[in-house]
Design a protein around this ligand. Sequence first.
Ligand SMILES: *Cc1c(COP(=O)(O)O)cnc(C)c1O
Length: 392
Amino acid sequence: MNKIYLDNAATTPVKKEVVEAMLPYFTENFGNPSSVYQLAQINKKAIDEARETIAKCLGANTNEIFFTSGGTEADNWAIKGIAEVSKGKGNHIITSKIEHHAILHTCEYLEKQGYEITYLDVDSEGMVNPEDVKRAIKDTTILITIMYANNEIGTIMPISEIGKIAKEHNIPFHTDAVQAIGQVKIDVKEQNIDLLSLSGHKFNGPKGIGVLYIKRGLKIGTFIHGGAQERGRRAGTENVPGIVGLGKAIELAYEHFDDKVARLTTLRDELIEGLIRSIPYCKLNGHKTDRLPNNVNIGVEFVEGESLLLLLDMNGIAASSGSACTSGSLDPSHVLLALGLPHEKAHGSVRFTLGEQTTKEQIDFVIEKMPPIVQRMREMSPLYEDFLKTNK
Ligand SMILES: *Cc1c(COP(=O)(O)O)cnc(C)c1O
């Protein structure tokens, strides 16, 4: 068992209060919310309450919140649903090169169906330039989808600026905010966001439950067909325990919001500075300040990221080399490549993502353990040996 869990961008532990809120909905409150008797009405009420809490946190109306099976489904629904209803208008979608695969692979699927996708470049810190969004707009553009914050490097995008541009051009704007929820304050109305995806398990809620916020009046196709649940727009018997858990998790995530963000930011910067100070030839990936309070992504030269992860693991530290989806494959991260990093540097990167349970002692432990591990790995690296010879 890992003692120090620093992979909270992959998933987070479910809080005890969340589990407790969910439990009755597995057992005594097991009714199908679509039924008419009281047992069902209790569940219907619980769903409505969760919907209200989520709407409040986003600055949305309750009838704009639709439950899905997670972030991936919400992303699929947003993109395919807009593509479907926009056939008469156009076939062009604008996104970025560093989106999550739930976005990128959906766009690639649509490309095969004849849609045209613009994958915007990002700068060396992972930032999309709003001017590039503006320049990419065509008469045929039907959707702009840019993530709120990147899951690998933590860069927070200029969402309000992009929202403004989308509104000026009357183009629906979707943002994958899965990583941002609980870490960045979001207001869908103020920021002109038409569609937003979130996922319970990234902020101490359960897995398998998410939300697509759909601005009232926006035309979007149905993605899951069947019964009349979610006002006929997303069929399937509601995941009542999941919905209740998601509601509780977002409520807790918004409690003491500023204090929590301040604490995480301090720990984050301690870890970044501690590692950069004690490990030569390493550098921070992503933006220094427009960055998720929990994200540390360090490029370490002359080491292979996957081996570094194994050695960290042997020291009880759970970290990641990028997204959980690309780990295990030998392809370097598409995000790090989009920053302009050469393959070998993209391979030598490690991501630590902090959570509410992370302590200063844990951060200090990583700062103590990692430099000697890197040193030992480099001593075995022919690349490093060559480098030392030529740079004497
Ligand atoms: C985790 C994640 C997703 C996928 O959400 P699931 O609920 O796991 O399907 C989508 N986008 C981003 C940015 C993520 O981090």
